[in-house]
Ligand binder design. Sequence first.
Ligand SMILES: [Zn+2]
Length: 291
Amino acid sequence: MSQFTNPEPVNKAPLTENFTWPEGKKSALFTSFDVDAESVWLGMDAKNEERLVTLSYGGYEARVGLPKILELLARHEVPATFFVTGWTVDAYPGLCEAILKGGHEIGHHGYMHYRPEPGNLDLMAEEIDRGLEAMQRRLGITPVGYRAPGGEGYNDFLDLMQQRGLRYSSSWRDDILPYRHVVKGKPGMVEIPVNFSYDDWLYGITHRTASRALFGREAVLGIWKDEFDQTHEWGGVTTTVLHPQVSGRPMRFKILHEFLSHVRAHDDVWLATGKDISTHFESYEAVRDRS
Ligand SMILES: [Zn+2]
């Protein structure tokens, strides 16, 4: 069936109705980072392997960005999820241990940061398996969440991830509440949709191959506060898509610090990891299905 000849709703997941957050909180903040390090640049173009300055954009993440972000989260007492590529786990196991030691969650972000694209299921199976293997071998953990590098997805891949034991995805753009995917008529993974306004890559990276002006504090903080305030009023989840190689830069670090201060001025926001949110959604389903 083609959407060109037989239009029908693409997302078959039912709306999440009569949903509440734990502890009487009004909304949730899902602070999440994609930890790509050099793998985003290697995955983009294999020739970058010898382009050391290009790779150094990612190298900043390990040398400065991620440690600074961990300090900032500790200062604000905000738990977070870091979606880490397997390449990064292998290259920087110590950094990943520091993430876990900070009380944060590590999620799956592929191995070489290859983007899911319809037709590349074999490649994606390898990405998932290599990532799981690296996390088990280096850190002794099995992640339950996945965020797609480059933000794409398709049904066969959702199926595959579920078979590999992953419980939630955080890549879709179509809601402010978590929901459960329906894949080929069957219940799939939980989705915690992202808000692309919190993708710092859009505002804070400029590179020889993508040369552009950066967005400063006024522009970005204004968007972030407004998105949060309205999502809070609607009782949704504010899901960020931050990158330590961007938000760990000095000026951008200040923006994130101010944003977190703004959120922390509220006492009715549930600060949660992706695992917390997907577990909470599963208990909501259990109650809903009993009644
Ligand atoms: Zn990424």
